[in-house]
Design a protein around this ligand. Structure first.
Ligand SMILES: Nc1ncnc2c1ncn2[C@@H]1O[C@H](COP(=O)(O)OP(=O)(O)OP(=O)(O)O)[C@@H](O)[C@H]1O
Length: 437
């Protein structure tokens, strides 16, 4: 039987939350704590998915194994848990042998306080790691298997990671250990792939909330129709950050995504020239420089970061007031995820995409070249075909979103096979249908 009191206590005392963020979050947490069934959670960015496995991990008092796609993402989670005094650790390829041995010794210790063990999917393919996990399992120490960012198992997803395919095997070996798979971006195709790849039975408890984020205002600006794109961007940033001529202090922060490094530099310089503090972030900077820019942005010292998409995975800043895409991204699913970094605190925030057919054509060209390259490396013809079709469809949906003449929120919902919402004029089309050509 479930110990409701204990669950509430952990929510308040350990996680410092007054209540659950939503009914779905609460139901998912309770179902996972029951420990009987596999669970699938699909909730949009910022809905509080992490709590759905972190609270149960504390509740179980054993080790929960968490598979997460990126070391950077794990580090953020680990420092967050550390602040809450929850003992969590990681085994990954970047560690020294000494560090790793320390972690392993602790895991086998009778008094081990480790509640969450974060690993990358590559680990599950190594015999050494698997042997260790099986030993822990034989001692009954593993309470839960968590698969974060589960859409990475799918060729249909925008973030396919071949290593995720080996998780199915791990799962089969962990007999009687329940599994929870979480994602923010699951179309029906992706969901099907997650279920089959992770071998989730049809009895899996599914918790899904729609993709509609009522506090996000979406719009598209056609670059060719603007007389001065920089001025348009300047006005947009000032408005979204509540800046006026007399009061230039920004309220909250913003992210501007560019495809190219040069654009990151140009745009941040243009904004600076216009009195708006912005810093570039891209792969051409040293690790130290990137870290310092990210820190300044996180602490609110610099309100705007102008970045390539290498920035953002795992960013948990609640007061991001806008996300701009200066160039069209590769996919609808990717756009939804990136723009969704706005407004995690539930307050009105803005997502703008600057569209141009020239950008569209060059992105189309780049994607075709990338797919050609994959073709020459690929072993399986059918897998490749699936991947190419998925990537092409995903991009086409985004072009349709930009060029389309319907509610932006409806386009997003349709892409994710979700119920079409009434966006309550939270997009340029619904606010003024005539202005959208
Ligand atoms: N019950 C709650 N009450 C208040 N805040 C909460 C609650 N649950 C989670 N949060 C906060 O909501 C924010 C988003 O949570 P989380 O990072 O888990 O989102 P997510 O759904 O995993 O998003 P992403 O798709 O980006 O990973 C975090 O700052 C978290 O601390």
């Amino acid at each position: 039987t479930l110990d409701n009191l204990k669950i509430n206590q952990i929510l308040h005392d350990t996680f410092k939350h007054k209540q659950f963020k939503s009914a779905t979050q609460k139901e998912a947490v309770y179902k996972v704590c029951e420990g009987k069934k596999d669970v699938f959670v699909s909730m949009p960015t910022g809905a509080g998915k992490s709590l759905c496995y972190q609270l149960p991990a504390v509740y179980f008092g054993q080790i929960s194994l968490v598979i997460s796609p990126l070391i950077a993402l794990m580090s953020d989670q680990l420092s967050h848990l550390k602040r809450l005094n929850i003992h969590a650790c990681t085994i990954n390829s970047k560690q020294s042998a000494g560090e790793r041995n320390e972690v392993i010794t602790d895991l086998f210790h009778a008094e081990s306080k480790c509640r969450l063990l974060y690993i990358t999917p590559e680990q599950t393919a190594t015999t050494k790691f698997m042997d260790m996990v099986m030993k822990l399992h034989a001692r009954g120490k593993i309470a839960l298997l968590v698969i974060d960012e589960a859409h990475c198992v799918s060729q249909w997803g925008h973030d396919f990671r071949p290593d995720y395919l080996s998780i199915g095997k791990l799962r089969q070996k962990l007999t009687n250990v329940p599994c929870i798979a979480l994602t923010a971006t699951a179309t029906l195709d992706v969901q099907k792939d997650i279920f089959s790849s992770l071998r989730l039975p049809s009895s899996t408890a599914t918790f899904k909330t729609g993709v509609f984020r009522p506090n996000l205002y979406y719009d598209v600006k056609v670059k060719e129709l603007l007389s001065d794109t920089y001025l348009d961007l300047q006005n947009f940033c000032q408005k979204a950050l509540g800046m006026s001529v007399t009061e230039d202090k920004a309220k909250g922060s913003g992210i501007i995504y560019c495809h190219k490094r040069e654009d990151c530099m140009t745009l941040s310089a243009e904004l600076l020239k216009r009195g708006i503090h912005a810093k570039p972030y891209h792969a051409g900077l040293s690790n130290k420089e990137r870290e310092s820019v990210q820190n300044d942005w996180t602490l609110g010292k610099v309100p705007i970061i102008v970045a390539t998409i290498s920035f953002g995975m795992g960013v948990d800043k609640s007061n991001v007031r806008f996300v701009v895409h200066w160039t069209i991204p590769k996919s609808m699913a990717g756009y939804y995820q990136e723009s969704g970094r706005a407004g995690r605190d539930g307050k009105v925030s803005y997502c703008r995409l600057y569209y141009s057919r020239v950008d569209r054509n060059s992105m189309d060209f780049l994607m075709k070249k990338e797919l050609e390259r994959k073709k020459s490396k690929s072993k399986s013809e059918t897998q490749l075909k699936k991947h190419v079709n998925a990537a092409t469809d995903n991009f086409k949906s985004l072009v349709k979103y930009c060029e389309g003449t319907q509610c932006r929120h409806a386009s997003i919902a349709e892409f994710f096979n979700d119920v079409v919402p009434d966006c309550n004029k939270q997009c340029d089309f619904c606010r003024n249908p005539k202005s959208v050509e």
